[in-house]
Write a protein that binds this ligand. Sequence first.
Ligand code: SF4
Ligand code: F3S
Length: 104
Amino acid sequence: TYVVTDNCIKCKYMDCVEVCPVDCFYEGENMLVIHPDECIDCGVCEPECPAEAIAPDTGSGLESWLELNAKYAESWPNIAVKREPPADAKEFDGISNKREKYFS
Ligand code: SF4
Ligand code: F3S
C-alpha cells in the first residue's frame, strides 16, 4: 500500500484524490490518509502530490504512518473530488515534524 505522510499536514493539496482509480483517500481536518486495504498499489498518486507526501509503505521509518493511515481511514469520510487547498498551504510546505505540531 501507499501511505500519506507528514508533509501533507496543513498542505492538503488534494491532487492525489483526482487520480486514484479506486477512490481510497479519506479526509481529516488537516490531511488525507489512504485506506491500506483498498489501495491497489498502482503508484499513480505519488508523483501527483506537490508536497511529495505520498510514499510506498515499504520506505524506512514509515510504520507509524501506515498505522495512522489505517486508523483514520476507518472513521474519516471518503474524498474523491479535489477542492481548493488551504490558502496558507505553501507556508507549511516543507516544515518538519508537522505531526507533532499540527496533527489533530
Ligand atoms: Fe490510489 Fe494508487 Fe495511490 Fe493507492 S497507490 S492511493 S490505489 S492512486
Ligand atoms: Fe496531501 Fe499531497 Fe494529497 S498534500 S492531500 S497527499 S496531494
